[in-house]
Design a binder for this molecule. Structure first.
Ligand SMILES: [Fe+2]
Length: 387
């Protein structure tokens, strides 16, 4: 039986090489500026945002840039970006960068229309008023932030990590220009690509999966399996970059509908306690959680294997499912992902606290295909030290 499901999300998608040079047209479709542009400082310095910014200038659209963004941003950065947006009377918010910049853009768009500060809206569906419309241009492939309803913050002073989530946070337009991802360095390409793979695999095996999220997830797994190593090895390979951007977008659509699982829950404390980037934490944990989850849905693991890599056609379901795990490990090794938590300099003595914290990441824990307890999470973490 097909489960009852509903579908909503990003309103408009624009995909294609050079698309970012048409940003002004997308702003005009939304009624015009002024525009708050939230852009990653490294992306700005590298000139990656230039076609988009030039487009605004050429069209005479008033805009101001907010680029005071740290890796894994603090909630105060969203507050500051929103203040700039309010002072400008921003009608549209544009985000250009990786997940941090895009999350901040979504949060700022929401805070322009809702009183108070970002931390007051950490949780699910706490916003009262719709956000200003946003146009998001990812420069990594990726976090999927351009299509999800989440903005995640880290506050280092008290090891706080949490997200604003909810329907009113969905971006209006995802603008996907593969040319913006070409200068992404190899290691960042590797870890964010593994984050996208994690989105697709956790969505496909989620308890909340639907026929639509399944299609998006499997196509994403195929695209990422075929192209991630090439994008890492040959950053200038536009075909690989294009396919990775499409793959991470589809993975984002799948996760927006089906949610993620224990990998994301377990990555949360690694970010909160030890400031480990989201993509890196997911990339290291993914194979260990897959090995734990395999018995819950071996047929789904087998499906993923056939999408992900070349497979002999005489395998049993169990053999194909196990191949899925071993092929993910091989790809991780090929592209330089650390193989265990020791290499991330995480102290193993913190495992009980990490497991307790991960159990509080409620929806991913509930969506995980195999029921997990704090003890299960502790043993997965320990395995991730020994691997
Ligand atoms: Fe993620």
């Amino acid at each position: 039986m097909i489960p009852q499901f509903s579908l909503e999300g990003v309103r408009r998608t624009v995909f294609g090489q050079g698309a970012s040079a048409n940003l002004s047209q997308e702003v005009e479709l939304l009624g015009g500026g002024p525009v708050l542009v939230v852009v990653d400082p490294n992306v700005l310095a590298a000139g990656v945002a230039q076609p988009a910014l030039k487009s605004l200038e050429a069209a005479g659209i008033a805009h101001k840039i907010y680029s005071d963004i740290t890796r894994e941003p603090e909630p105060s950065e969203a507050d500051a970006a929103a203040e700039l947006g309010k002072s400008l009377g921003a009608k549209v918010v544009v985000g250009i960068g990786g997940g941090s910049a895009l999350d901040l853009a979504k949060a700022a768009a929401a805070l322009i229309n809702n009183p108070g500060t970002a931390v007051e809206y950490v949780g699910l569906d706490l916003l009262k008023s719709p956000a200003q419309p946003s146009i998001l241009l990812p420069t990594t492939a990726g976090t999927g932030s351009e299509v999800t309803f989440t903005a995640v913050f880290t506050r280092r002073s008290d090891k706080f990590k949490g997200g604003m989530n909810g329907r009113l946070l969905y971006p209006h337009t995802a603008m996907l220009d593969p040319l913006l991802t070409v200068s992404c360095p190899p290691y960042i390409t590797a870890v964010v690509g593994m984050d996208a793979l994690t989105h697709a695999m956790e969505a496909y095996t989620s308890r909340a999966h639907t026929p639509v999220s399944d299609m998006n997830a499997l196509k994403a797994i195929e695209l990422i399996g075929d192209n991630l190593a090439q994008a890492v090895a040959h950053g200038e390979n536009l075909e690989a970059r294009e396919n990775m951007l499409l793959g991470s977008y589809l993975a984002g659509l799948a996760l927006a509908q089906a949610g993620v699982g224990a990998v994301h829950a377990m990555a949360y404390p690694l970010g909160a306690f030890f400031d480990i980037p989201h993509g890196e934490a997911n990339a290291v944990l993914l194979p260990y959680v897959m090995a734990f989850n395999l018995i819950a849905c071996p047929d789904r693991f087998a499906d993923m294997a056939y999408a992900f890599c070349e497979m002999p056609d005489d395998l049993t379901t169990r053999e194909a499912a196990e191949t899925c795990v071993s092929e993910v490990i091989m790809l991780s090794q090929d592209i330089g992902i650390p193989s265990n938590l020791d290499q991330l300099e995480v102290p193993e003595s913190e495992v009980p606290a990490m497991a307790q914290k991960a159990m509080t990441v409620a929806r991913p824990i509930a969506n995980n295909p195999r029921k997990v307890t704090a003890e299960d999470l502790e043993s997965i973490y320990h395995e991730a030290f020994e691997g």
